[in-house]
Ligand binder design. Structure first.
Ligand code: C2E
Ligand code: CA
Ligand code: CA
Length: 709
C-alpha cells in the first residue's frame, strides 16, 4: 500500500468509526427514551433472563440481581393457558416477532398487564441467539376496561331483573331468573347460582348442588360486606360479587319483601283453609274421617260400584260395653283405647278401603269393589280377633269385644243413609245375639255365615275326631286301559252332615291354615296305601296327592314327607304331587326350592286343572313338570271337530314336544275316551272308569281290572 493509499484508508476508517459512534449514541438515546416507558429484557434461547432495564425492575418489583439468570417463568401469573405460551414459543423460534397482551405477577403477587412484543435476535448467519422483549404496562387500562364492562353488564342484567320483578315470580324462581340473566349478560355459561340474602332469608336459584349453595351462604354470613346482596357463583370457581347501587338493592329488597309477605299470607291462608277443612272432615282423636267425610266417600264409592258392577260392603263396628271402660279407667284411658282400636281396624282392611269414626265408640268401614265376597268374611273375622286382643292403657290392661253389622250395596239399600241404617240394624242383631260377633242385614247371608262359622268350628275338630277319609280315583292308560295310577281325594265324614265335599271344606281349610295338617295327614295315609298296592298290584304303581299353594308357603314339612317315604322304603316315584298353575307364577323362593326338591327326590309333579289358570308354558320346563292334567271343562263337551277338541289336540302335541305326559280329567263317556286316545292323550281319569272310591273298593278295582277297563 502506498503512503497515499494508507492515508485514504485511515480516513475512511475514522469516518466509519465516527458514523458508528453517532449511531450508537442515537441508539442509546432511543433506548433511554424507550426505557422511560417500556420494560425491556433480553433472554437466551431457553428463556433465561440475561438483561433487564430499570422500568422492568420497577414494574415487576424484582431487583436486577434477582432477575438475572432466572427463568422468565418466575413472572408467570398462571392466567394464560398452556396454548398461549406454546404459540409464543412457536412464533419466536420460527424467527417471527410475537405481539400480545400478557398478564404477569409481580414479586408481591399482584397481577400486572403488559402489551408485549418479543423480537428474536439473530447473528450474521441468521441463527437466533437471543430474544428481546419490549413491553408497555397496561394494567390501569385493563382495570378500567373491566370496570366498564362490568358496569355495562350489570346494567343490562339488572334491567332484565327489574323487568322480571314486575312479574310476580316467587323469590326462588326470581333468583333462578337472575342467574340466567347474569349468565346471558356476561356470556359466562358457567354461572351457577345467584343468591340474594334478604332479612335473614336466603333465596337461591338453587340450580346447582346443595353444597355449593351452603358454601355460598356460609360465605355470605362470614363476610358482612356481602350480606343482603346479590352474589353470583360460577361453577367450581370463586363467587363474584356484583356491585350494585343502593337504590337497586332497595328495589330488590322491597319487591322481594312484598313477594315474601304475599307468599306468607297466601301460605297462611292455605294452611287455615286446610285446617278448617280438616276439622270439618276428620275426627281429631283418631285422625280418621268423621261422619261427614264418611258420607262423602260412601257416595263416591257407591257411584264407583254402579260403574264397575261390583258390590260394596258397609261394616258398622260398635265396641261392646265401652262405657264401662270410661267409667272404670277414666276418659283419657277410654280415648287411648279408641285410638288403638282405630289403628287396629286400619290394619285389617286393604289400602283402598275406608275406615271412619262415626262418633263415640262407633266405627265404620267401607269395603269397596268386592270381586270376592269372601273378603268381607275374612276382614270381619280378622277385625273381631284384633279388637278382642288386650288393650294396654298406661298401667291397666282392658278388654273389649265388638259387634259388627254388615250391609251390602246395592243389595240391601240403594241410598247412603238407608245403607247405614241397614248396617245399624244388623249391628243390633249382632248385639242381641250376645255381642262379640257379626250379623248380616240379609237373612240368607246371615244363615250362610252361620253355616260357615259352624263348619270352621267343626273342621277344627275333624282331624282329632278321625273324620277324614281318602278316596282313590283310577288314572287309566288310554292306549291299554290299564290302571297305572290313582289320584287321592280327601273326604270329610261329618258326624251329622255326612260326607262333605272337598270343594266345600278345602277353601276353608286353606283360609284358616288347617290345610297344612290335613295335607300332611292325607300324605301319610296315601304313602301307606301306595306301599300296599305296589306290593299287591304293581311295583311302579303311583298315587298323586293334591298340594295347595298354602302348603308351599309354610316351608319345612317336605323333608318330613321325604323321611316318611324313606321309612316305608318307598322311592319318590311312588308319589306324584298335583299343583295348580298359579303356583308356578309365584316368585317366592320357598316355592321354587320345594318344587326343585320334589324333583330331586324323584317325586313327579302334575299340573292340575290345566287351561283354567295362567297356562304359563315357559314354566313347564323350568320346573320339570311331568304331567299336564287337562281340566275337565275342556273334556265335558268334547266332540269331533269341536273347539275343545282342537284345544285338547294342541295341548297334547305341545306337552309331548316339551316331554310331558297328558292326563285328561273328567272323562265320562266312551266317545270322549276314544277321541282322547285318538289324539294321543296318555291317560284318562273320570267317572267312565270309576268315581273316587274308598281304598278297599279301589283294591277290588285293581283286582278285577287285571283285565283292562
Ligand atoms: P281336583 O284336583 O281337580 O280333583 C278332581 C275332581 O274332579 C274331584 O273332585 C273328582 O271327584 C272330580 N271328578 C273326577 N272325575 C270326574 C268326572 O268324570 N266328572 C266330574 N264332574 N268330576 C270328576 P273332588 O273329589 O270333589 O275334589 C275337589 C277338589 O278338591 C279337587 O279338585 C282338589 O282341588 C281338592 N282336593 C281334594 N282332595 C284334596 C287334598 O287332599 N288336598 C288338597 N289340597 N286339595 C284336595
Ligand atoms: Ca287334582
Ligand atoms: Ca283337576
Amino acid at each position: 500500500m502506498s503512503p497515499e493509499e494508507k492515508i485514504n484508508a485511515d480516513q475512511e476508517e475514522r469516518l466509519c468509526y465516527m458514523a458508528l459512534e453517532n449511531r450508537s449514541r442515537e441508539l442509546a438515546a432511543y433506548i433511554e427514551a424507550i426505557g422511560q416507558l417500556a420494560l425491556v429484557s433480553v433472554t437466551d434461547r431457553n428463556g433465561r433472563i440475561l438483561q433487564t432495564n430499570a422500568r422492568f425492575c420497577e414494574v415487576s418489583g424484582y431487583s436486577e440481581a434477582e432477575l438475572i439468570s432466572q427463568d422468565h417463568h418466575i413472572l408467570n401469573s398462571g392466567t394464560h393457558p398452556k396454548e398461549f405460551f406454546a404459540e409464543m414459543w412457536a412464533t419466536i423460534e420460527h424467527g417471527d416477532n410475537w405481539h400480545r397482551e400478557i398478564c404477569n405477577y409481580s414479586k408481591s403477587g399482584a397481577p400486572y398487564w403488559l402489551d408485549s412484543t418479543i423480537v428474536p435476535l439473530k447473528d450474521d448467519d441468521g441463527q437466533i441467539t437471543r430474544y428481546l422483549s419490549i413491553s408497555i404496562d397496561i394494567t390501569e387500562r385493563k382495570q378500567a376496561d373491566k370496570m366498564l364492562r362490568r358496569r355495562l353488564k350489570e346494567i343490562t342484567c339488572l334491567h332484565s331483573i327489574r323487568r322480571d320483578m314486575e312479574q310476580e315470580l316467587p323469590p326462588d324462581e326470581c333468583c333462578q331468573r337472575i342467574a340466567v340473566h347474569l349468565r346471558d349478560a356476561m356470556q359466562f355459561p358457567e354461572i351457577a347460582t345467584a343468591v340474594i340474602k334478604l332479612d335473614g332469608r336466603h333465596f337461591t336459584s338453587g340450580k346447582y348442588s346443595q353444597n355449593l349453595t351452603h358454601g355460598l351462604q356460609a360465605q355470605i354470613i362470614a363476610n358482612d360486606k356481602v350480606c343482603g346482596w346479590l352474589q353470583v357463583f360460577y361453577h367450581e370457581s370463586k363467587p363474584f360479587l356484583l356491585p350494585m347501587e343502593q337504590d337497586l338493592i332497595d328495589t330488590i329488597r322491597n319487591d322481594l319483601g312484598k313477594w315474601l309477605e304475599r307468599m306468607q299470607a297466601e301460605a297462611e291462608r292455605k294452611e287455615n283453609e286446610a285446617l278448617v277443612w280438616w276439622q270439618a272432615n276428620f275426627d281429631p282423636l283418631t285422625n280418621l274421617p268423621n261422619r261427614r267425610m264418611f258420607y262423602d266417600r260412601l257416595e263416591q264409592e257407591m257411584k264407583k260400584s254402579d260403574r264397575s258392577g261390583l258390590p260394596l260392603a258397609l261394616l258398622l263396628f260398635d265396641l261392646d260395653h265401652f262405657k264401662q271402660i270410661n267409667d272404670t279407667y277414666g276418659h283419657a284411658a277410654g280415648d287411648m283405647l279408641l285410638q288403638d282400636a282405630a289403628r287396629r281396624l286400619g290394619g285389617c282392611v286393604r289400602g283402598s278401603d275406608i275406615v271412619a269414626r262415626l262418633g263415640g265408640d262407633e266405627f265404620i268401614v267401607i269395603l269397596s269393589e268386592l270381586a270376592d265376597p269372601n273378603t268381607v268374611e275374612r276382614i270381619t273375622q280378622d277385625a273381631l280377633h284384633k279388637l278382642a286382643e288386650p288393650f294396654q292403657l298406661k298401667n291397666e290392661v282392658a278388654y273389649v269385644s265388638t259387634s259388627i253389622g254388615i250391609a251390602f250395596y246395592p243389595a240391601d239399600a240403594t241410598d247412603s243413609s238407608a245403607l247405614l241404617k241397614s248396617a245399624d240394624q244388623a249391628m243390633y242383631t249382632a248385639k242381641n245375639q250376645g255381642r262379640n260377633c257379626y250379623s248380616y242385614f240379609t237373612a240368607s247371608l246371615q244363615q250362610a255365615a252361620y253355616a260357615r262359622m259352624r263348619l270352621i268350628n267343626d273342621l277344627r275338630g275333624a282331624l282329632a275326631g278321625d273324620q277324614f277319609r281318602v278316596y282313590y280315583q283310577p288314572i287309566v292308560e288310554l292306549a291299554t286301559g290299564v290302571i297305572h295310577k290313582a289320584e287321592a281325594l280327601v273326604r270329610w265324614q261329618h258326624p251329622t252332615r255326612g260326607l262333605v265335599s272337598p270343594a266345600e271344606f278345602i277353601p276353608i281349610a286353606e283360609e284358616t291354615g288347617m290345610i297344612a295338617d290335613i295335607g300332611d295327614w292325607v300324605f301319610h295315609e296315601v304313602a301307606r296305601q301306595a306301599a300296599k298296592w305296589r306290593t299287591s298290584h304293581h311295583a311302579t304303581f303311583q298315587i298323586s296327592v293334591n298340594r295347595s299353594p298354602m302348603q308351599f308357603h309354610n316351608d319345612g314339612n317336605i323333608h318330613a314327607w321325604f323321611d316318611h317315604l324313606k321309612k316305608l322304603g318307598l322311592p319318590g316315584q311312588s308319589i306324584a304331587v298335583e299343583i295348580t298353575e298359579g303356583l308356578l307364577l309365584d316368585t317366592n323362593v320357598t316355592v321354587t326350592n320345594q318344587l326343585l326338591a320334589f324333583r330331586d327326590a324323584g317325586m313327579q309333579v302334575s299340573l292340575d286343572d290345566f287351561g283354567t289358570g295362567y297356562s304359563a308354558l315357559a314354566y313347564l320346563k323350568k320346573f320339570d313338570i311331568d304331567y299336564l292334567k287337562i281340566d275337565r271343562s275342556f273334556i265335558h263337551s268334547l266332540t269331533l271337530g269341536s273347539n275343545d277338541m282342537a284345544l285338547c289336540e294342541a295341548i297334547i302335541v305341545m306337552a309331548h314336544k316339551l316331554g310331558l305326559s297328558v292326563i285328561a280329567e273328567g272323562v265320562e263317556t266312551i266317545e270322549q275316551r276314544d277321541l282322547l286316545a285318538a289324539a294321543g292323550c296318555d291317560y284318562g281319569q273320570g267317572y267312565l272308569f270309576s268315581k273316587p272310591v274308598p281304598a278297599e273298593q279301589f283294591g277290588a278295582l285293581l283286582q278285577n281290572a287285571r283285565q283292562p277297563i
